[in-house]
Design a protein around this ligand. Sequence first.
Ligand SMILES: [Zn+2]
Length: 237
Amino acid sequence: MKDLSKILEYQKLDIELKKTDSEFNANADKKKLDSAKNEFNAVQKGFNADVAEAERLAAETERAYADATAAGKRVEELEKAFAAAADDAAKAALLPSMETEKSRLDSLKNKVTNNIERIKKLLATITQKQHEKKNIKTEFDRIKALLEKQLAEIRPRREEIKKRMRELRESTDKELMETYVLCRKDGVPLPVFVEAQSSGNGYACRCGMTFSPSGASKLKNDGFCRCETCRRIVYIK
Ligand SMILES: [Zn+2]
């Protein structure tokens, strides 16, 4: 019969380590940290979009302003030509292009004015998002420091467990260790090694499965055997 004491100690430490880690990961501050990170990323995304839109509008406004200046000059020239026209027919001939150029100038001026308004609004939201980012970052740093403190508290015990587990991996019976590792890889629930429970004249697994006479005799001879229902390794002391 194999001595199971080391693999059972290993299993106990493995369970403790997982419990410590899952408690840490499930703790409220950890969740808060994750949500602060997501919130920050969402604000950052909006911030980047606003900056890109403001830049696009600024470039568009610059072009519209240059076009408006050129259109203004053409309107002036046409007005001079109109004033200097020799007769009514010559004046009338200038009117359509004057109308076109004036309405083009008006729409360019409108575009410039509207764009400037939109840029102003964007700058306000950009500033606001900058504040939001700063606030979230402050909160993030605060929670992070808190978590680091908590982590520092559990770290010594975690290191101790890990060190002992490393030792046990070396000194435990190879076959038992491989069985344990394989079971964990296959998703056998913890604890993998469970003590047999007496059931009538025979034995049962923790999951309720009772062993057949052949299973029970293997259990008695080897000291342990696999439960076919939950795939755990059942042992008798
Ligand atoms: Zn079972």
